[in-house]
Design a binder for this molecule. Structure first.
Ligand SMILES: Nc1ncnc2c1ncn2[C@@H]1O[C@H](COP(=O)(O)OP(=O)(O)OP(=O)(O)O)[C@@H](O)[C@H]1O
Ligand SMILES: [Mg+2]
Length: 272
């Protein structure tokens, strides 16, 4: 009797909820025929995009081509007008294990009113795994400290976010995403204006996440030189997907990601 009561108190997954054991074998991202507009003009048209586990994908395109919008649609922050979005086999709204997603938005907000220190904000990424009521155990604290060091903010770990520069704040958000060790990490222009040394550390952390944890990564950036050797695919967007293949194939068509990323921005400009 008591056992039945206890069981009846346990939340049961609805028949529509994803089954965790199966999710691990399901693609992190699958978009089919996705279209979206904010108003009259279409911003995304008929987008088909899949990302596999352990795949490191760059998303590029000229300003206003719909990259941030596509990111928000695939994370379920915007609903498409038509088409189907799946994250680990579920619709984004039904994905229960939100910690599996890491997202660094193009313009992280709220740092003026969030009274947190660097390490506290990075810890919040870790808490997303354990639940907000959870506590950080030594492994969690190690992951948090490692993430803070990986973005070279260890010396600033106890400073309030509001006292950091915009570029430093951006690195805190990157560290928070790394600390949660997500299965899918989406970064929207995270290294714009970040210095070369930080870019190198950033690259090392990304490669670690992909190769050691098998995470899928979608990186929106114009500066791909630092990760050119690590990318599985480059997706070029301008309302529609214009190209989706390996950097080598892109290079054969005459566009180089280059050590300093010289060619790519010029080529993107020419797509306007
Ligand atoms: N909240 C919004 N309301 C209305 N229109 C929007 C909104 N956000 C973006 N847009 C428009 O949608 C189009 C795509 O914008 P989006 O931010 O997705 O481009 P992007 O590729 O990320 O550009 P950037 O390289 O500058 O970051 C642009 O024409 C933009 O003006
Ligand atoms: Mg954008």
């Amino acid at each position: 009797m008591r056992r039945d009561e206890a069981e009846s108190e346990t939340p049961r997954p609805s028949t529509l909820a994803p089954v965790p054991a199966q999710e691990t074998s399901v693609r992190p991202v699958e978009l089919r025929g996705v279209s979206f507009s904010y108003g009259a003009d279409p911003v995304l048209e008929h987008i088909d995009l899949s990302v596999e586990q352990g795949e490191f994908v760059a998303l590029v395109g000229p300003n206003g081509s719909g990259k941030s919008t596509l990111v928000r649609v695939l994370l379920g922050l915007l609903r498409p007008d038509s088409g189907d979005v799946r994250l680990f086999g579920s619709s984004p709204q039904r994905l229960r294990e939100r910690w599996r997603l890491g997202y660094v938005p193009q313009r992280p907000a709220l740092t003026e009113i969030v009274p947190a220190t660097v390490r506290e904000l990075v810890s919040s990424g870790r808490l997303s795994r354990t639940g907000w009521a959870g506590r950080l155990d030594p492994d969690d604290r190690t992951a948090v400290d490692h993430a803070v060091k990986s973005v070279a903010l260890w010396d600033m770990r106890d400073r309030p976010l509001s006292s950091l520069s915009v570029g430093q704040q951006q690195r805190v958000f990157i560290a928070r995403a790394f600390a949660s060790e997500p299965d899918l990490l989406v970064l929207d222009e995270p290294i714009a204006g970040v210095d070369a040394d930080s870019q190198k550390r950033f690259r090392e952390s990304l490669v670690h996440l992909v190769s050691e944890h098998g995470a899928a990564v979608i990186l929106v950036s114009h500066e791909l030189g630092v990760v050119a050797q690590d990318l599985a695919r480059v997706v070029v967007l301008k309302r529609r997907i214009l190209f989706d293949d390996s950097p080598a194939t892109l290079a054969r068509s005459g566009v180089s990601l280059g050590v300093h990323g010289e060619d790519l921005p010029l080529w993107l400009e020419s797509l306007r």
